[in-house]
Design a protein around this ligand. Structure first.
Ligand code: HEC
Length: 309
């Protein structure tokens, strides 16, 4: 009975009555079946299939095995206090990080894109930032006689460079160029996790590996041989706010500072994100209510159509 119903339904759906022949002639169909091929062709096709599949597998295996990034140690994820959806940067840490940059890293690394005024309201007050700027002698000019002169720094001055040009930087660092640190947290895979691991990850090379003069073993650096001598260690500086300057504390603070430098809009971005989520939730609820209200006149109306005779 059920089978009969099914047949009836199918033939009705196909637009034909039970038992009648299809009204249109069937289009000719090509016979492409594997079984109809000659034996030689079947063999050739099977061999080709095996060769292609094997080649693809081999290519995949080789491609995986020669990835250069497998040869260096990937940094772990550290629980940064600013990594949450709504967490801001730790500004006390940014302030200490600036002190680390100024007293340690600035001997070799420039930060061309930061000016002293950028620190105002972030890690220093305006008076403090002015005092910091005035510690530096900045080359300015030319004056009315065409002479260059030096003057104390102003808030609008960029951070002074350690070397006048890249050639001088290379000459003082065994031929290696210390990169500009303004955007380094965005410029390296892993961001602050990588920089923290790099700064704290120096160790002795494994047995049998000898380092060239002026290179240091660091498993996190691409190629493991870095031209930067270990820049930080316990008590490398004394913090103004009295925080104990352990190696990991110094690395953490300078990384937070470098994250802020790469992304000065960090806190505003998260605050704006929160506002947008709150506003869209509210607006969605209002729009949903308005839509119901507007259409309720039609939705509650009963519409009946006269069936065709
Ligand atoms: C004595 C000079 C010197 C000091 C001080 C120094 N660096 Fe470097 N740094 C270098 C040189 C040279 C390189 C380039 C290394 C290379 O390419 O082998 C480098 C490279 C780097 C890199 C890039 C690594 C990469 O992946 O390319 C980072 C990040 C870095 N330094 C951070 C710091 C921080 C943070 C400090 C301060 C705590 C610091 N450096 C202090 C000389 C220095």
């Amino acid at each position: 009975m059920a089978a009969a119903c099914l047949v009836l339904r199918r033939s009705l759906r196909a637009g034909q009555l039970l038992g009648s022949k299809p009204a249109w002639p069937q289009p000719p169909q090509a016979n492409m079946s594997f079984a109809t091929l000659s034996r030689g062709r079947r063999l050739a096709l099977s061999t080709l299939g095996v060769v292609i599949a094997g080649g693809a597998g081999l290519a995949l295996a080789l491609h995986r095995s020669v990835k250069a990034s497998d040869l260096e140690l990937h940094p772990p994820h550290y629980p940064w206090s600013h990594s949450g959806f709504l967490s801001s940067l730790d500004h006390a840490s940014v302030r200490r990080g600036y002190q680390v940059y100024k007293q340690v890293c600035a001997a070799c690394h420039s930060m061309d894109y930061l000016a002293f005024r950028n620190l105002v309201g972030v890690s220093h007050t305006e008076a403090e930032a002015k005092a910091l700027a005035e510690e530096f002698e900045i080359l300015d000019g030319p004056d009315d006689n065409g002479e260059m002169f030096t003057r104390p720094g102003k808030l609008s001055d960029r951070f002074p460079k350690p070397y006048p040009n890249p050639e001088a930087a290379r000459a003082s660092n065994n031929g290696a160029l210390p990169p500009d640190l303004s955007y380094i947290a965005n410029a390296r895979h892993g961001g602050e996790d990588y920089i923290f691991s790099l700064l704290t990850g120096y160790c002795d090379p494994p047995a049998g590996v000898t380092m060239r003069e002026g290179l240091y073993f660091n498993p996190y650096f691409l190629g493991q041989a870095i031209a930067m001598a270990p820049p930080i260690y316990d008590e490398v500086l004394e913090y103004d706010d009295g925080t104990p300057a352990t190696m990991s504390q110094v690395a953490k603070d300078v990384c937070t500072f470098l994250r802020w430098a790469s992304e000065p809009e960090h806190d505003d971005r998260k605050r704006m994100g929160l506002k947008i989520v709150l506003m869209t939730t509210f607006l969605t609820a209002v729009i949903f209510y308005m839509k119901k209200h507007r259409w309720s006149v039609l939705k509650s109306r009963k519409i009946a159509y006269k069936p065709p005779q």
